[in-house]
Design a protein around this ligand. Structure first.
Ligand SMILES: [Zn+2]
Length: 201
């Protein structure tokens, strides 16, 4: 897919991957509200370098994102810069749901999940399942209590809310519209996401 500029819909409960060139902007839109976008990003020229939440947390010195933040790769290079954010509540801590979470914690077999969505989306790029990098969770409302406990509440994002990143390195981006409908993560109602990629003006 061309990285000159395009838009796509990520259907509810599914994932997509696409290329974004350095200098382009990546906008993720919560179409109906309360929908989390699980996002992994890999450096296009070398998939052993990728967006790393743990390196990013150390670089930022906090567990939350603010406009102007530079998210880092596992080689501590700036990868994505947060340019615009109509929500201000995202998660860079908890990773994504997977089949084992649904089996062990919810006693459901075969539930769609973000790990499989990201894995399937990245397979055409030759990314093996065990190499799918840890993700961040756009629009996810993780509450961090003063005593260190964490829990996930309904997103505060509403229809049309968005975030925009500038991509600083040519990348392959994978996004899952989180299928979690058994806890408040997506307001119990998974819905579509919309993505726009544009050359930065
Ligand atoms: Zn999920």
């Amino acid at each position: 897919m061309s990285s000159l500029g395009f838009a796509l819909t990520i259907p509810a409960r599914h994932g997509r991957a696409f290329e974004v060139s350095a200098g382009s902007t990546l906008t993720i839109i919560d179409v109906e509200g309360e929908q989390v976008a699980d996002m992994s990003a890999l450096v296009r020229a070398d998939f052993t370098e990728f967006l790393s939440p743990r390196h990013t947390r150390l670089a930022l010195g906090r567990l939350t994102l603010r406009v102007g933040d530079e998210l880092q790769t596992n080689r501590r290079r700036p990868h994505l810069r947060l340019l615009d954010d109509s929500v201000g509540v995202h998660d860079i801590l908890l990773g994504c749901c997977d089949r084992y979470r649904y089996e062990l914690d919810f006693h459901v077999q075969g539930h769609r999940n973000c790990m499989d969505n990201l894995t399937e989306a990245l397979a055409p790029y030759g990314v093996e399942p065990w190499r799918v990098p840890e993700n961040i969770n756009i629009f996810m409302n993780t509450i961090i209590e003063p005593d260190g406990r964490v829990h996930v509440e309904r997103p505060v994002s509403r229809a049309g809310d968005h975030v925009t990143f500038e991509c600083l390195i040519d990348s392959v981006i994978a996004i899952s519209a989180c299928p979690q409908d058994l806890n408040p993560c997506n307001g119990f109602r998974p819905t579509d996401l919309h993505v726009r990629v544009a050359p930065r003006a």
